[in-house]
Design a binder for this molecule. Sequence first.
Ligand SMILES: [Zn+2]
Length: 305
Amino acid sequence: MRHTPGMNGHSTLTRIAAVAAAGATVLAVAACGSSTTGASSGSQAVPVVASINQWGSVAHDLGGSNVNVTSIMSNTKVEAHDYEPTSQDVMQFTKAKVVVVNGAGYDSWASKAAQSTSATVVDAARAAGKKTGDNPHVWFSAAVRNDVADAITRAYTKADPSHKAEYTQLNRKWHAREQALEKRIAAASVRTAHVRYAATESVAWYLAHDLKMSDATPRGYAQASANESEPTPGDITSFQKALARGDIAMLVFNSQEADSVTDQITGSATSNGVPIVSLTEQMPQKYDDLLAWMGALVTEFSKAA
Ligand SMILES: [Zn+2]
């Protein structure tokens, strides 16, 4: 961009005005949307932005018609860990009163975008005592889901105190469903306990842990995957040998992080008759919410065990 002395102030002001106008448009649309879904009592729905659709769905469940949730990432075919937000993505945050990010280094672009707003930020990983360096796929963890739900409810009550009673009720309803899911996990773990699984990426590590399964991913490969570096040819060979030897009873395949290396590993699993559970980072569109998706995955793990 060309910097003409004396023009800078003007162009900044123009930009601010443009941002404000765009923000107003988004708010107007949001207000229209909420009125068509019958949002109550003449008040405007709380604008909520979630970086990823799995937490966005929880934010929706907990806010009902009092909130209007926008999820930025919902595509199960886009590389999740190295996601580069568009300027439109970043723009979404300016209208938010409540922002839900995953944290633990998974979506630092979102935490950064939220910093420049006055929104109340729920950092899912932090709400559950997880930090950068821990496995960031925290939505697969029952303990984390419980803590995040309560943190979202607190943020809603702060942003919109007049609907506190409704938020409390929706929180209770949500916990009842989470408890039902955890009962299913406990029931499934009769089959899945101690089943030795390996993963092309440690995406569902927390769910497998809740199902009492044993992570048998060959060490070199697992370390390379966790560091987002390329496994060596030796790492790949030992993974394939472990599958051929029968050391691994189930392969968990993250189809959102697929490449020629994971092709070789799923190929070995198939030719050795090792069942594959295929899943993604973001929640597939066909599920209503995170709990429904987790329930379906529990069934799949149980079937494959
Ligand atoms: Zn991942």
